[in-house]
Design a protein around this ligand. Structure first.
Ligand code: ZN
Length: 147
């Protein structure tokens, strides 16, 4: 049995593709109008609070709790992208756990420089997000180790 795309299915896929493209263009335009930072509704963030797409574009959840620290964290990722090259950064970030961990530890140190009071929240995020599977003690040891 083969599955074929019906004209209705093709129409639905086309509409979804156009919607996704329009959303991307809207985010880029929004970032351009607001100094490189696009604040978007949380449902568009799929559970994330922020992301540095490139050295010129940061996307953050408009309902994020600590925007100054979040922005400092994302600007650190932008500095990493400039330092390592955008494609190399994303390749390492998406394919290598150790590289992703090193990038995040560096960026969460910056978060804590801005907001030392967020220490427990940061330990929780580092330990439980990004697929690291760290204990709180392991996350703390990484943050404390010499960068
Ligand atoms: Zn990060």
């Amino acid at each position: 049995m083969t599955k074929t795309l019906t004209p209705d299915g093709l129409m639905v896929l086309s509409v979804l593709a156009v919607a996704a493209l329009c959303t991307l263009l809207w985010i880029f335009a929004r970032a351009r109008r607001h100094g490189g930072v696009a604040e978007v509704p949380s449902w568009l963030m799929f559970g994330w609070d922020g992301a540095a797409w490139s050295p010129g574009v940061i996307v953050i959840n408009r309902d994020a709790r600590n925007k100054p620290a979040l922005l400092a964290h994302e600007r650190c990722h932008q500095a990493q992208q400039r330092r390592d090259g955008l494609l190399r950064f994303w390749w390492r970030y998406l394919t290598r756990r150790q590289a992703r961990l090193a990038y995040e530890v560096e960026a969460y140190r910056v978060w804590l420089d801005v907001s030392p009071g967020d220490r427990w929240r940061v330990l929780h995020i580092l330990g439980n997000s990004y697929g690291f599977g760290l204990t709180t003690a392991q996350a703390e040891a990484l943050l404390e180790s010499a960068g």
